[in-house]
Design a protein around this ligand. Structure first.
Ligand code: PAF
Length: 279
């Protein structure tokens, strides 16, 4: 594996790769969820590139940018063991040099859910993803369903800007008790960690109702609310049943194309998100 820190060095190494390249974008502190994306990329491409970049522009002023967990040496060892070809770890100044002044804004799908609570977050993600797609020039890029709204936004970005990249969305990887894997799970204290699987239980309740034919979004939302209410530590930011393409909240019956059940819940100082596709 070659580890590159500058854009010019990365481009030079990229030029030597022949055949399809799969890209796994990350902010590091890797877990099995990230590694499942790497394995899928490896299975479907001749080469795999990974970027590790904790992107400052997608964090709000009171969010966790400075304390976001980082362990570059451990991440590099994990990726080398998976047979990754190129690891790109640029410094912030390489991606946002002095005078940087361009933003990529994706409208519509970014306005609800996380977008309503974290203003500017998706513009930061769309901007950095566009830059990295331009630098890496991958054939395919792999993202986890865990960040469902992000995946919907990136598909739209690629479509709207005619970017020559195939977006592949992979299933959420979970701990044995159902908690979706996330680098931020390290923030959970003991009691919060014990309470955290309630998100998955609530989503499973919606899934089971859906499988039994329930299509009324209000009923599905209330069923998830009732499960969350059984856990005193859980403070929901939102409980959503949204259109899977537009992410607009569904008022009555879900459309034939299905729905996305989506939760954001605070457990103490930590905020978790999770979702399931109802199809
Ligand atoms: O999902 C993430 O880890 C980040 O949002 C991404 C796509 C790497 C952009 O910084």
């Amino acid at each position: 594996m070659h580890t590159l820190h500058s854009i010019s060095a990365f481009r030079a190494a990229r030029r030597l790769l022949t055949g399809p390249v799969g890209l796994v974008p990350t902010m590091g502190y890797l877990h099995e969820g990230h590694l499942s994306l790497v394995r899928r990329a490896k299975a479907e491409n001749d080469h795999v590139a990974v970027w590790i970049f904790v992107n400052p522009t997608q964090f709000g002023p009171h969010e966790d940018f400075t304390r976001y967990p980082r362990d570059e040496a451990r991440d590099a060892a994990l990726l080398a063991a998976e047979g990754v070809d190129l690891l790109f770890m640029p410094p912030v100044e390489a991606i946002y040099p002095e005078g940087f002044g361009t933003e990529v804004v994706v409208h519509g799908v970014t306005e609800g859910l996380e977008g309503a609570i974290r203003p500017g977050h998706f513009t930061g993600v769309a901007t950095v993803v566009t830059k990295f797609f331009n630098i890496v020039q991958p054939d395919r890029a792999y993202f986890g369903q865990k960040d469902g709204q992000q995946t919907v936004m990136i598909r739209k970005l690629v479509l709207d800007l005619n970017l020559p990249v195939q977006v592949v969305v992979c299933p959420t990887v979970r701990e044995p008790d159902g908690l979706a894997m996330s680098s931020r799970n390290v923030y959970l204290g003991g009691l919060e960690r014990a309470a955290a699987p309630v998100l998955h239980r609530a989503l499973q309740r919606a899934e089971s109702l859906w499988r039994n034919g329930e299509r009324d979004a209000t009923v599905l939302r209330e069923a998830m609310r009732a499960v969350l209410a059984q856990e005193p530590l859980a403070q929901p930011d939102y409980i959503s049943v949204a259109d899977p393409l537009t992410l607009a909240e569904i008022a009555g019956r879900a459309p034939a194309r299905g729905a996305l059940a989506y939760l954001a819940v605070r457990l103490g100082a930590t905020r978790l998100i999770d979702n399931v596709v109802l199809e």
